[in-house]
Design a binder for this molecule. Structure first.
Ligand code: IPE
Ligand code: IPE
Ligand code: MG
Length: 242
């Protein structure tokens, strides 16, 4: 049985969906005179830690930005190392099975090597009925690509006569995104000092509370996570009303 950790705020003040841009791995390594990839290894350990912590305090949905559609533009050796780590982490997901966490790929699986794409599909299928928390792994993720693909799917339905353009609603679009089974993002956390969204969950974060901090992702911690949760709980969300 997992250790029960008290949430930092009352349960009804917790965000339902937290999204995290895991940034700063390269700088973390550089500061220590290590190769950038050492930062990715350390960042992977933090990912594991935060998944456990989020589950223990009762977060229902959490998404992590692990690899963007733009990250293919990095040097080949860094991309290869990231793919190698992805294989390793995907295998590690099996160690999470007793945690009853559901894993969902947010991203375009077609660009991955076939073994990686197959592992994502396998993990998704094997964790499909786990219901304590859903983890969205954003890999080969780009919000613009996601929205473009949603538009293509919807256009196909219209072309086939299955959908009247007048019936396209915001919900129709949400239902064609990778996050179709997740609610909108309530809290978006970006460690690593940069104050930008970098093409992450643009549609889903329309009304998210944004939280930026200087800690680099490998130095992030459950304590920092709780700090973001407390700040979130103290914000007033107006959604355009008064
Ligand atoms: C985030 O860390 C991980 C990925 C984008 C894969 P970075 O690699 O972007 O680290 P910095 O921003 O260069 O420090
Ligand atoms: C965003 O970080 C992508 C991930 C964390 C996977 P980047 O480091 O790629 O973003 P930019 O280049 O600073 O915008
Ligand atoms: Mg970065």
């Amino acid at each position: 049985m997992a250790r029960k950790v008290e949430p930092p705020v009352p349960a009804d003040k917790l965000p339902r969906h937290v999204a995290i841009i895991m940034d700063g791995n390269g700088r973390w390594a550089k500061k220590r005179g290590l190769p950038r990839t050492a930062g990715h290894v350390k960042g992977g350990l933090m990912l594991r830690k935060i998944i456990r912590h989020a589950k223990e305090i009762g977060i229902e949905y959490i998404s992590f930005y692990a690899f963007s559609t733009e990250n293919w533009n990095r040097p080949n050796d860094e991309v290869s190392k990231l793919m190698e780590l992805m294989r390793k982490y995907l295998k590690d997901v099996y160690n999470f099975f007793d945690e009853r966490v559901r894993f969902v790929l947010l991203g375009d699986r077609r660009d991955f090597a076939p073994d990686i794409a197959a592992m994502y599909t396998d993990v998704e299928q094997k964790t499909r009925d786990f219901d304590l928390m859903t983890v969205g792994m954003a890999a080969n993720y780009g919000s613009r690509r996601e929205i473009t693909q949603a538009m293509q799917e919807i256009a196909e339905l219209v072309k086939e006569g299955k959908l009247d353009p007048a019936d396209i609603t915001e919900e129709t679009i949400s239902q064609h995104l990778y996050t179709r089974e997740m609610p909108d993002v309530d809290l978006l956390i970006r460690p690593g000092s940069e104050q930008r969204i970098s093409n992450f969950l643009l549609w889903q974060s329309a009304y998210a509370e944004l939280y930026f901090c200087d800690t680099l992702w490998p130095d992030f911690s459950p304590k920092e996570f709780d700090k973001a949760i407390v700040e979130y709980a103290n914000r007033t969300r107006r959604f355009g009303a008064v």
